[in-house]
Design a protein around this ligand. Structure first.
Ligand code: TYC
Length: 118
């Protein structure tokens, strides 16, 4: 993947981050650097009350899992106590957590969803 390559191709005479002067005399970076965003795991926590079908439904609705994928994740959480629903940038992860928590609370389920930096 090109994300693994820290130095994308350069113009012939421009070394890494060499400055150059525009027509207006403004100094410009020839290769503005970009950084990959930190990624966050969205986690579901087990409890003894939330029905298994409800958790499968959550995974289908908010995490676009197939029925089979959702069932595997739900059973993993049920057996191990915690499991990963997906990995996203900060704002997407935060939105997923809020959507799940709001949806569960509105239906009086104690299901807990959190996020953690990868
Ligand atoms: N442990 C629950 C039950 O036996 C099912 C469950 C699975 C609950 C995953 C929450 O995140 C969860 N009904």
């Amino acid at each position: 993947m090109d994300q693994d390559n820290p130095t994308p191709p350069q113009g012939p005479d421009k070394g890494p981050n060499k400055e150059r002067e525009s027509d207006t005399g403004v100094m410009l970076k020839s290769r503005p650097r970009t950084r990959r965003p930190s990624m966050y795991k969205v986690l579901l926590l087990n409890d003894d009350f939330t029905p298994m079908d409800f958790v499968v439904h959550i995974l289908e609705k908010f995490f676009s899992k197939t029925r089979a994928e959702a069932t595997d994740i739900m059973l993993h959480v049920h057996r191990r106590g915690v499991g990963i629903c997906g990995i996203y940038t900060y704002e997407i992860a935060e939105t997923k957590v809020t959507q799940v928590m709001d949806y569960a609370r509105a239906r009086e389920q104690p299901l807990q969803c959190t996020m953690e930096k990868e």
